[in-house]
Design a protein around this ligand. Structure first.
Ligand code: IFM
Length: 434
């Protein structure tokens, strides 16, 4: 039996575009994901987040569900265009009211709200002006952050500026798989820099509004491991880590880009103004880590014979231990939280109304053991948020990939707690994993 500390925080996570729906209701502006999903050919089967889980209308029932599961914290994101329809200037009061009600409902259910300010849904109007490529977006983001915290900061203590800047930069601007669907490596690196700078400015702005907040950022990280015995492959391990992980960690915690990666990028390297790195490297109160799988070098895709999820991602729980130990040894970090971890599998509701998802349960169980191993080795991890509370809009995969511990029937919006959800609820109640 693996026992977690009594003050360890157990939660689940979602994001605005993936669950809210109400894409054009009550004053909300268009986001880049509205535009992208409405563009034919961008998302599997033309799915959109127009309705998603209809959480905008069903949030009270969803919070009840969370309470029934015993969740102690809920990590959600705020839709920038719901609050500021064109990203700056005119505020949409109904948008702020929605998050206000959500926060009050969570608190009434004794669930701690954890708010993320940016989970990929940039106001389209800002994209039309050049998006994250434009340096002036950083100041607009800081203004948006200040506005939101003025309204919610009396009740929300834990704030994350960005979710997974790597995805915004590279999936959005290099591979083009995500909104806004651009393909330009130089641009992606400049976007990454502007996102990091926005994080630094927003952190300052949040603290200027209130001094009692806990502020951090959420990174998606992978341990990088060679899975073949080959010197050339081995030589790629460190550069791959630098391009994908240290590229974000080093500016945040060392006020510098990793030098070898910077040199290797040559003319693609971003334009960095004096003081930018000092602004980025604000002291933080927490860091969120999203872990799903490792980067295995030496093979195309997952290693042969590896167990994979419906996303085609290798199930590799020990990678979480490896990752956390590396971070612990190489950086001076604030307390860590696993802000996302989970798995997509094909689920069906049985005639008896059950969703037997043994593989998801096992995925989470194994990762909790791996997390505990890292904690036993001295890594300061204080909480775990399963991804995700609900089946939801999985970006370019539409509704084709289900990550929820609660099944959603997207025709009827009926929610059914999966076996993994019932099991997770017991884990929370007991604070231990078998
Ligand atoms: O659904 C996403 C989430 O929005 C960000 N992290 C990874 C999840 C699964 O792909």
């Amino acid at each position: 039996m693996t026992v977690f500390p009594p003050d360890f925080i157990w939660g689940s996570a979602t994001s605005a575009y993936q669950i809210e729906g109400a894409w054009n209701l009550e004053g909300k502006g268009e986001s880049i994901w509205d535009r992208f999903s409405h563009t034919p050919g961008k998302v599997w089967r033309g799915h959109t987040g127009d309705v998603a889980c209809d959480h905008y209308h069903r949030y009270r029932a969803d919070v009840e569900l969370m309470r029934d599961l015993g969740l102690q914290a809920y990590r959600f994101s705020i839709s920038w265009p719901r609050v500021l329809p064109t990203g700056r200037g005119q505020v949409n009061p109904a948008g702020l009211d929605f998050y206000d009600r959500l926060v009050d409902t969570l608190l009434a259910a004794n669930i701690k709200p954890w708010a993320t300010l940016y989970h990929w849904d940039l106001p389209q109007a800002l994209q039309d002006g050049g998006g994250w490529a434009q340096r002036d977006l950083c100041a607009h983001f800081a203004d948006y952050a200040a506005l939101v915290v003025q309204r919610l900061g009396d009740r929300v203590q834990d704030w994350m500026t960005f979710n997974e800047p790597w995805c915004t930069a590279f999936l959005g601007h290099d591979t083009g798989e995500h909104a806004p669907g651009l393909r330009d490596r130089r641009l992606a690196l400049q976007v990454a820099h502007h996102v990091l700078l926005s994080h630094g400015l927003a952190t300052q702005a949040l603290r200027a509004v209130r001094g009692d907040l806990r502020v951090g950022i959420v990174l998606n990280l992978w341990p990088v491991e060679a899975v073949v015995d080959d010197d050339d492959v081995q030589a790629e391990v460190e550069p791959t880590w630098q391009r994908n992980c240290a590229w974000f960690l080093d500016p945040l915690y060392r006020a510098a880009y990793p030098s070898a990666a910077l040199a290797a990028y040559g003319p693609l390297a971003p334009t960095v103004a004096a003081n930018d790195l000092a602004t980025i490297a604000q002291p933080l109160d927490l860091m969120g880590i999203n872990y799903y799988h490792r980067i295995a070098l030496g093979v195309e895709g997952p290693p042969p014979g590896a167990e994979v999820t419906e996303m085609g991602w290798e199930v590799y729980p020990q990678g979480l231990t490896h990752l956390l130990q590396r971070l612990h040894h190489e950086y001076r970090l604030p307390p860590l939280y696993i802000t996302e971890n989970g798995a997509a599998y094909v689920d069906t509701v049985t005639p008896a109304g059950r969703v037997p998802d043994a593989r998801r349960l096992e995925y989470v169980r194994q990762h909790l053991h791996a997390l505990h191993d890292a904690m036993a080795a001295g890594v300061d991890v204080r909480g775990y948020f399963v991804w995700s509370l609900l089946d939801n809009f999985e970006w370019a995969h539409g509704y084709g990939k289900r990550f929820g511990i609660v099944h959603v029937d997207f025709d009827t919006q009926v929610r059914t707690v999966k076996e993994s959800g019932r099991w997770y609820s017991q884990v929370i109640g007991r604070g231990q994993v078998s």
